[in-house]
Design a protein around this ligand. Structure first.
Ligand code: GTP
Ligand code: MG
Length: 194
């Protein structure tokens, strides 16, 4: 697929602001700082479309990007950011839960994990939530450029094993080198053919 247009549409802080337009949503989920916004930009080849930052917790809102006037990429705020109050974490949980439960057009959720680390308790919680939902989801491993080729394979195997998943379903990516970007697009293209 060729990206002809990629436009920021809206930031949402509250469930009442969620969009109801009946086109597919592809969602970028994961721990704060895991590389959601960077991956989204890399897929679209648009630097700076989604704001990235070294400081975790940059994406505090749910951000919609409209691609080719045909589908949304949705950058959802990262969890696990220590400096967020309990009250704010609960608000986050409600927003994401409502979004994922009440949007009937979720094409797929990309659940991002840092390839260097074991999934955290919150990662596992999110993955379990996805597994018990009817949503389609894919595990995406980020920041692969920080590891050697051998280590990429080894970490991918270990993470798959610890999640009880098929290793082949995990996509190793890098927003720096572009590793895995074609594979994600192949998955997206397939989703549109179904
Ligand atoms: P929040 O918005 O806080 O939830 O974070 P995020 O998941 O959107 O992460 P973001 O894309 O802002 O990236 C966080 C930091 O990791 C930035 O300093 C990025 O440059 C860096 N980063 C993201 N992806 C990669 C990658 O593939 N390789 C390397 N080396 N760094 C990356
Ligand atoms: Mg972000």
């Amino acid at each position: 697929m060729q990206v002809r247009s990629a436009v920021f549409v809206k930031s949402v802080a509250d469930p009442s602001g969620l969009l109801k337009r009946p086109i597919p949503h592809f969602v970028f989920s994961g721990r704060s700082n895991v590389g959601k916004s960077s991956l989204l930009n890399c897929l679209l080849n648009r630097k700076g479309l989604a704001k990235t930052s070294r400081t975790p917790g940059k994406t505090r809102l749910l951000n919609y990007f409209l691609i080719n006037d045909q589908f949304f990429f949705v950058d959802i705020p990262g969890y696990g950011f220590a400096r967020v109050s309990k009250k704010e974490q609960e608000k986050w949980g409600r927003l994401i839960d409502t979004y994922l439960t009440d949007t009937p057009f979720i094409g797929s959720v990309f659940q991002l994990l840092d390839i260097r680390h074991d999934p955290t308790a919150q990662d596992r919680q999110m993955i379990e939530w996805l597994q018990q939902s009817d949503l389609s989801f894919r595990i995406i491993l980020t920041k692969a450029d920080k590891l050697s080729r051998n280590k990429i394979a080894q970490h991918r195997r270990n993470i798959a094993k610890s999640l009880g998943m098929d290793e082949g379903s995990l996509i190793a990516t890098s927003s720096e080198s572009g590793l895995g970007i074609r594979e994600i697009w192949a998955f997206l293209n397939q989703a549109f053919e179904e």
